[in-house]
Design a protein around this ligand. Structure first.
Ligand code: NAD
Ligand code: UFG
Length: 338
């Protein structure tokens, strides 16, 4: 099948493009490169031994998107493109709603006009918000706590309404937990712009000497070691989940929701110590005040994805950190030239 991947040069998108190529699919990537590098796809092509079509296109440009769909016989879309920084979304909500929600509406309009109605969407565990008990289960009511999360929630609502109105749509809503790690080759990985917001990219930059020390946000939570618990998932496991989801919905109409997580909660100290084992020595860190908006603990109930997609995670926290470290060590400046 020919799969169009929006956001395919980004972190999760580039790993998923590799998995799609290895599973025998053809791939067209649409990305405006606002948070990624074209180099990621060069490396994906080198790893797969196959080529990908790249369209340097913004989802906000509906005419340009139409031209891409006119040129390629797309069978399904995996939609990663979006802005994703929670703090930035609080500062710039209009930019986030416009980019993420309007960009998705444009995509859906162009898909509909081209009779392409199979879609896998990147949602997030953040849609569960702070009012649900853990582990999170797909049937729970959702309610995000910040503008970024609300863009995901709104897009989920739009897709649910479309699926209810027109039975020709085949839609998967994938709620990811905390993706980390990199392809085992160390050739592709996460390359955040500026100071990383997320834990593992920050630790990796401390390990490679780009940051002085890790600040551990809050050591007084009601958790076993006082730091927050999250469900970390290897990006290759996550990418395989997308291949499973697109194959599943390709032959089934309706709107499906799946958590993609491991079902295991790990603390900030668990992650730091796993990364230290990967590097082979301790890393500088310091306890700091809690970060605004952090929930103390959440993880997935991943049993629906296992039952429906025969998908579950296979890689441990140690493997996530080893692979993330190989990528960072071999590419200290990410995709930028040394
Ligand atoms: P990323 O920033 O690496 O990838 C997103 C890509 O989308 C980038 O390449 C960016 O250039 C592109 N993009 C953004 N706006 C665009 C637009 N208007 N037109 C075309 N391209 C555009 O992020 P990622 O970590 O790979 O995340 C992929 C998706 O998964 C996002 O939708 C994100 O919200 C979601 N998600 C990520 C996480 C996480 O922790 N990384 C967790 C849950 C959900
Ligand atoms: N943390 C630190 N120091 C840092 C960075 C993070 O102690 O420098 C802590 C945080 O306080 C939190 C844990 O590490 O306790 C994980 O934080 P991340 O920022 O890595 O991940 P979050 O769970 O806050 O959020 C991420 C994405 C969201 C997404 C969510 C669930 O940023 O977009 O996972 O998928 F919604």
């Amino acid at each position: 099948m020919k799969v169009l991947v929006t956001g395919g040069t980004g972190y999760i998108g580039s790993h998923t493009v590799l998995c799609l190529l290895q599973a025998g699919h053809d791939v067209v990537v649409v990305d405006n490169l606002v948070n990624s590098s074209r180099e990621s796809l060069n490396r994906v092509q080198e790893l797969a031994g196959r080529n990908v079509v790249f369209a340097h296109t913004d989802l906000l440009d509906e005419a340009a998107l139409t031209a891409v769909f006119d040129q390629h016989a797309v069978g399904a879309v995996i939609h990663f493109a979006g802005l994703k920084a929670v703090g930035e979304s609080v500062q710039q909500p209009l930019r986030y709603y416009h980019n993420n929600v309007t960009g998705t509406i444009n995509l859906l309009r162009v898909m509909d006009a081209h009779d392409v109605r199979t879609l896998v969407f990147s949602s997030s565990a953040t849609v569960y918000g702070g009012n649900n008990a853990v582990p999170y289960v797909e049937k729970m009511d959702i309610g995000a706590d910040n503008p970024y999360g609300r863009t995901k929630e709104q897009i989920e609502d739009i897709l649910s309404d479309i699926g209810a109105a027109d039975s020709r749509w085949h839609i998967a809503l994938l709620r990811y937990f905390n993706p980390v790690g990199a392809h085992e080759s160390g050739r592709i990985g996460e390359d955040p712009l500026g100071i990383p917001n997320n834990l593992v990219p920050f630790i990796a930059q401390v390990a490679v000497g780009r940051r002085e020390k890790l600040m551990i946000f809050g050591g007084d939570y009601d958790t076993p070691d006082g730091t927050c618990l999250r469900d970390y998932i290897h990006v290759m496991d996550l990418s395989e989940g997308h291949v499973a989801a697109v194959d599943y919905v390709a032959s089934r109409a309706g709107v499906f929701r799946w958590n993609l997580g491991s079902g295991i909660g790990s603390s900030v100290f668990d992650v730091l110590h796993a990364f230290e084992r990967a590097v082979g020595h301790t890393l500088p860190s310091e306890l700091a005040p809690r970060r605004d908006g952090d929930l103390p603990a959440f993880w997935a109930d991943p049993s629906a994805a296992l039952a429906d997609l025969s998908w579950s995670t296979s890689k441990s926290l140690d493997e996530m950190c080893q692979d993330h470290w190989r990528w960072q060590k071999n590419n200290p400046n990410g995709y930028a030239a040394p």
